[in-house]
Write a protein that binds this ligand. Structure first.
Ligand code: ARG
Ligand code: ZN
Ligand code: CA
Length: 263
């Protein structure tokens, strides 16, 4: 493939106030910047992996995806969706994005983010659809990073320890067809299969908090768990890499299933 795949994102804040538009635009762009860094392994904390942690994982290299994200410029036909006409960039405030998964046909062709109070960090379909207008949902306290001011007037304020925008990195991994590294396990039992990706060692449980990189055993003899992977559950500050195998899976999904539908 010749060119980096550019994925336009529409960001929806159904519970926010129009008065906070400027603030929310800054926060949304900050989240996009984080995704671009994390998916290209140009995040500053990849240095932790490169300088020391990678030596614990002889079979694993950091993954780089040849994709980039931008905030979409809306170009829907006038009359279809009033929120879109003023929405340039495509950031809606107070627009009630479709229910269910959620999914909204007015926003087909975009990767959609919905940011609202869900009382959990986030969720996403596994293998999402841009053609059908699927969305990744993030909690109002787990979107963007505290490197920029949050938007307290709308309750959209990143909150520690999930304040570095990595919930969106993680949820998008699901949208791109990535399972948790502990998939199928999570109950203390090995041998159920993990995520089906060879370079992420199978692990019997999810990991929370911020363990030291060699603290958690994997299911493989003599091999520790890849807790610093974006598809585990550690704090934002303690996850900083995808594996090459994961980015191969994600890029294949994006190329075959998402690119044809891009707006
Ligand atoms: N628990 C959520 C999920 O399974 C997200 C976890 C994200 N972790 C984080 N450090 N931001 O999708
Ligand atoms: Zn998850
Ligand atoms: Ca694996």
């Amino acid at each position: 493939r010749q060119n980096t795949i550019e994925i336009p994102v529409a960001v929806h804040f159904p519970e926010a106030n129009e008065a906070d538009r400027a603030c929310l635009e800054v926060l949304a762009q900050n989240q996009i910047d984080i995704l671009n860094a994390d998916y290209s392994a140009t995040n500053t904390d990849i240095a932790t992996w490169n300088n020391s942690v990678s030596s614990l994982f002889p079979g694993t290299t950091a993954g780089v995806a040849d994709i980039s994200f931008c905030i979409a410029v809306s170009n829907h036909p006038p009359g279809l969706d009033p929120e879109l006409i003023e929405g340039n960039p495509a950031i809606t405030i107070g627009y009630n994005f479709g229910g269910g998964s959620p999914r909204d046909g007015n926003w087909a062709g975009y990767l959609n983010f919905v940011v609202r109070n869900i009382g959990a960090l986030g969720f996403s379909p596994l293998g999402g659809s841009i053609a059908l207008g699927d969305a990744v949902t993030m909690d109002n306290n787990a979107f963007g990073s505290n490197a920029v001011p949050g938007c307290p007037g709308s309750g959209v304020v990143p909150s520690a320890p999930y304040n570095l925008g990595r919930t969106t990195t993680h949820e998008l991994g699901h949208f791109f067809n990535l399972e948790h590294t502990f998939n199928g396990d999570g109950n203390g039992t090995c041998g159920i299969g993990g995520d089906g990706i060879a370079d992420t060692p199978e692990v019997a449980n999810s990991t929370y908090g911020c363990p030291s990189p060699n603290a958690v055993a994997s299911c493989l003899a003599g091999q520790v768990a890849l807790t610093m992977n974006y598809m585990d559950y550690v704090n934002d500050a303690c996850m900083y890499m995808f594996s090459a195998g994961q980015m191969t899976v994600a890029e294949a999904y994006i190329t075959s299933n998402l690119v044809p539908a891009l707006a």
